[in-house]
Design a protein around this ligand. Structure first.
Ligand code: SAM
Length: 248
């Protein structure tokens, strides 16, 4: 049966590509990618020359239909994004959805993803994480998105676009206690990789200590909140009732 292969590619170091990904890309008739130049360069690095079609967030729906047609005509189609795993804070989900809707097969090829890479080096002992991806760009919306997460006990995972790391830290400081542990995983698998963990209260100083830190790609992890027990909740409720009675 016709199959769409969803192929993860490196997030920095090109040698992180998997053998299976290379094999599959070599066998594919066409590679659907976010940026044909970037993927063309990756393919070339491994001596592959393939037809590429552009599938980015602005044309995904139309391209999805074309991919379904190609699959129906017997072509083998690989889907990649610029870096990491397609459809994770990247285009791809609409294409996968259309292929599934058409009753065709989807096979994912596991590989690099910034979320998992950052979590693996965090040292946070917590099996749960809450993936947020990109926060809203405007500070008010960002703060209210974060405020909703203040009692979340899972590790929070935030993707930050280059240039916005200071805004991100300021948003976190507006909402979370300065003692909350945070991890900055920067330029993972690249030359200037850093994974730094500190209390939130020390984070801005760390970011500002080196001007290079205001560039580069970041995953920001925030330690989950200490779970509030039912007893604590009940106690807080009682105190609130007492205060309300005294006020009235
Ligand atoms: N699909 C990708 C994945 O599987 O991780 C994510 C793509 S998203 C458009 C780009 C964001 O991922 C960056 O802004 C950054 O937050 C994170 N990211 C990607 N590569 C990274 C790297 N090498 N180091 C740190 N963060 C990275």
């Amino acid at each position: 049966t016709a199959t769409l292969y969803v192929v993860a590619t490196p997030i920095g170091n090109v040698t992180d590509i998997t053998l299976r990904a290379l094999h599959l890309l070599a066998l594919s008739d066409v590679v659907a990618c976010e940026d044909t130049r970037k993927t063309g360069a990756l393919l070339q690095r491994f001596g592959l020359s393939k037809q590429t079609i552009s599938a980015h967030q602005h044309n995904e729906r139309e391209v999805a239909d074309k991919i379904v047609e190609r699959l129906r005509s017997g072509q083998r189609v690989a889907l990649v994004s610029d870096a990491g795993t397609p459809a994770v804070s990247d285009p791809g989900a609409r294409i996968v959805d259309a292929v599934r809707e058409a009753g065709l097969n989807v096979v994912p090829l596991p590989g690099p993803s910034a979320v998992i890479t950052a979590l693996s080096a965090s040292g946070f002992v917590n099996d749960r994480f809450h993936f947020i991806g990109f926060l809203p760009a405007k500070s008010k919306q960002r703060e209210s998105a974060l405020a909703e997460l203040v009692r979340e006990t899972s590790t929070l995972v935030i993707y930050e676009a280059p240039h916005r790391i200071v805004d991100c830290v300021e948003g976190l400081m507006a909402v979370f206690e300065p003692t909350r542990q945070v991890v900055f995983a920067r330029e993972l698998s690249k030359l200037f990789e850093e994974v730094h963990r500190c209390p939130l209260g020390e984070a801005l100083a760390w970011v500002k200590a080196d001007q290079h830190r205001e560039r580069g790609e970041f995953v920001v992890l925030v330690e989950g909140a200490v779970p509030e027990t039912d007893a604590q909740d009940a106690q807080a409720e009682r105190i609130l009732q007492i205060l309300l009675t005294e006020c009235s």
